[in-house]
Design a protein around this ligand. Structure first.
Ligand code: GLC
Length: 734
């Protein structure tokens, strides 16, 4: 009884708070003119443009703000700049409604953290949430209220440049990362001055672009759309994300910014989302080239009626909505509802109480590049590194190693480790691999040659590179992509090392010294020659400002690598799409049988499977057992597996659990990640890791599209990646 009273009290407090907030919103709304309401739905880029399709350099919007024609600005940065623009809105306009300032804080604001795909490799939601928390602390101190993140698009095609901004190919991992980032950005209270509103993007299906070409057509079954691409968005909404961003792409012929089924029926009616939706840059205006709208007025009508509340940079709403309301094509209520959603977020941010609470120059100075945020960046960068090969346990290196030759176009790059969307990141803050290694060793021990460029064809540096390799005891070969080869509008038709880097590797390996390759890239790369001929291979992604220190920490063993791949690495671009949770087909690839699903010139297996990553420890799996061999459709069962560290170093292992539904009313993937635990093990220690299988883990969109569990035979898998697993069958009964 006591508990019920407490719950009722909590509910009634929350309900009364909501009522009072709604009352305050309605009070503001009732005093606004239609023009001012439409102004709240209009967003401009105030400082520089980050979007596409518009070659309009953003000008000054002071007068438009004074006239109440702007509700939000993006790309205005710094407590001074935001204070200046906010003052115009709250002191010089009639309605005096505060602006909300948005910025792409995708993996850091001034202090650049590892790119999101790297952070996903940690499989550590606490670390990822902490990273987002620090990013929010720094961004909010610079006047930012709202980040256009997390980007939660599932990507199964590494040719798509924006794979770097997300959490990879799996909906379960992607959902956990989405929620972690939302919680990190928004904290426990949006009214605090060190929290910012999240924006799950790009809603939805953007990563399914045909050919991996950015902005391209997306066409998939509703089942795949819901089971794979929508899952992380639902997770972000359930975690309380205050906003979503509508994506550029069409889905099955309907562009997201005109998609009522997506933006209203699913997002609001099914998911009960009460925040607001912002368009992507000019995505309302792009309904015209999509062929969904004949002109900007029709684009505005489609966008607002579908559920896009705020129009980023297309001028469609500010130019057309008043006429559309007067002509009855858009109802006053639709406008009011969109304004309410935006005002609700501004109230929750505390902007009506104190519009200048985020514009504190002293706090900005104290929080920007603080030593705490730098050490947080180094911590998560170390966790993001994935060890892919370590022949003869050549790693970790000893500081008594003798001479180290560091070679490659990314070895001493100050800019590329920032990665895509580094926003306000400063290449001057980057610690390169050469600098990081030099901090571990004496200067005399380290030789460096660039060897070649990232993309150019000159081999003039090869001789000098080979010369230092010959003088060295070990070679660190740092290869990969430039930061401008992934991210928005940077789709690649190839997945190999650009330029002459592989030829550099051949020349350096021919010198006959042990070669450790460190990859810096924003997507999976198809590098079979490198895998075969290196002694060790590290996936370092783009790790941000602490890149070189984190790589050196791993190379010399102060950090034992624990990362796991959140994406499949193919052997060739010709295998794309290649992902672990694929269907079996009626003729699964079998090298012994020609008439099966395979290429005759390449095996089906990936270069590295989803979930793969080595450690300086050795982890062995045994005794995968179930407490019972069957469960009812509303029951559960507990799996447990022993994991032993048979190595000589303490380390962390991501123990992964996958299931397969052997027979369903529709075909089911051969594996689906349904749980994982990151466990720390001392040398010789064994831990029993448990995983409770619940009905929620087994539900899917059945033949008639109901989301349900079906009885039948299942398989449970457990292991350190999606390929090398133990398995045990179980049954689900009515
Ligand atoms: C860009 C991107 C989007 C970003 C927005 C504002 O075009 O698609 O992710 O948040 O514009 O910069």
């Amino acid at each position: 009884m006591h508990k019920i009273c407490i719950l009722l009290l909590i509910y009634s407090i929350a309900w009364s708070q909501q009522r009072s907030l709604d009352a305050r919103i309605d009070s503001v709304l009732s005093k606004m003119t239609l023009d001012e309401k439409i102004g709240q739905l209009n967003q401009y880029s105030g400082g520089f443009f980050t979007g596409v399709n518009k070659n309009r350099l953003s000008g000054s919007y002071e007068q438009l703000i004074r006239e109440g024609k702007v509700g939000s600005l993006l790309n205005v940065f710094g407590s001074e700049q935001t204070r200046k623009m906010q003052r115009i809105a709250v002191e010089q306009s009639r309605a005096k409604i505060p602006l909300i300032f948005g910025l792409d804080v995708i993996h850091g604001c001034k202090t650049t953290f590892p790119v999101p795909l790297a952070e996903a490799s940690t499989w550590d939601t606490a670390a990822v949430a902490l990273s987002a928390r620090w990013q929010a602390i720094e961004a909010s101190s610079a006047g930012i209220h709202w980040t256009f993140g997390p980007m939660v698009d599932i990507a199964r095609d590494p040719r798509w440049g924006r794979i770097v901004e997300g959490s990879g190919e799996d909906p379960y991992l992607g959902s956990l990362m989405a929620a972690a980032r939302v919680r990190g950005y928004q904290g426990g209270d949006l009214a605090a001055n060190n929290t910012i509103v999240a924006c799950a993007k790009h809603f939805a299906g953007y990563g399914g672009a045909e050919g991996g070409r950015d902005y391209n057509t997306v066409d998939m079954s509703e089942r795949t759309f819901r089971e794979v691409y929508l899952k992380p968005f639902k997770s972000a909404v359930d975690a309380g994300a205050g906003t979503l961003m509508a994506s550029f792409n069409e889905i099955g012929g309907v562009p997201s910014s005109a998609n009522h089924q997506l933006l209203t029926r699913i997002l609001r009616d099914e998911w009960k989302f009460d925040g607001f939706v912002v368009s992507d840059w000019n995505s309302v205006g792009e309904l015209i080239p999509h062929g969904a709208a004949k002109d900007l007025a029709q684009a505005a009508e489609l966008g607002i009626n579908a559920g896009v509340d705020m129009d980023m940079e297309s001028d469609a709403y500010i130019a057309s909505l008043k006429n559309l309301v007067n002509s009855g094509k858009v109802s006053q209520n639709t406008i009011d509802e969109s304004v309410r959603r935006i005002l609700r977020i501004k109230f929750r941010l505390g902007l009506f109480e104190d519009p200048y609470k985020y514009c504190d120059a002293a706090r900005e100075k104290a929080q920007t590049r603080s030593k705490e945020i730098i050490s947080a960046a180094r911590m998560i960068a170390g966790k993001s590194i994935v060890l892919l090969k370590n022949d003869g346990e050549i790693l970790p290196l000893k500081k008594s190693i003798g001479t180290v030759a560091i070679i490659g176009p990314l070895a001493n790059s100050k800019r590329d480790p920032l990665g895509a969307w580094a926003q306000q990141g400063d290449s001057g803050d980057v610690v390169t691999v050469v600098e990081g290694v030099r901090q571990k060793l004496s200067a005399a021990q380290v030789l460096y040659e660039q060897g070649c460029g990232i993309t150019d064809s000159s081999k003039n540096g090869f001789a000098a590179a080979v010369a230092v390799a010959k003088k060295a005891d070990v070679v660190l070969l740092v290869l990969g992509e430039s930061l401008a080869m992934s991210g928005e509008a940077y789709s690649r038709s190839r997945l190999d090392l650009p330029g002459v880097q592989e030829e550099l590797a051949e020349a350096v390996c021919a010198a006959g010294k042990p070669v450790i390759v460190i990859l810096m890239n924003g997507r999976p790369l198809a590098v079979p020659w490198i895998v075969e001929h290196s002694n060790a291979l590290i996936e370092a992604w783009f790790l941000g400002v602490q890149s070189g220190n984190a790589v050196a920490d791993v190379l010399f063993g102060s950090v034992n690598p624990s990362g796991k791949l959140p994406v499949t690495f193919p052997r060739s671009v010709g295998q794309i799409p290649l992902y672990y949770n694929n269907k079996n087909t009626g003729r699964p690839g079998d090298p012994r049988n020609h008439y099966t699903s395979a290429y005759f010139d390449l095996e089906n297996t990936p270069l590295f499977p989803f979930g793969f990553g080595l450690s300086y420890s050795k982890f062995e799996y045994s005794h995968l057992t179930l407490n019972v061999s069957s469960m009812t459709m509303d029951g559960s069962l507990t799996a447990s597996v022993d994991v032993r560290n048979s190595g000589t170093r303490a380390g962390e292992e991501v123990v992964q659990f996958y299931i397969r539904d052997l027979v369903g009313s529709v075909t089911r993937p051969v594996k689906e990640l349904k749980g994982f635990s990151k466990v720390a093990l001392r040398p010789g220690e064994t831990k029993k890791v448990e995983f409770v299988i619940m009905p929620e883990h087994l539900k899917f969109y059945t033949l008639d599209m109901t989301y349900a569990i079906e009885p039948g035979e299942f398989m449970l898998f457990a292991g350190g990646n999606s390929r090398d697993v133990l398995e045990v069958p179980f049954t689900v009964t009515q």
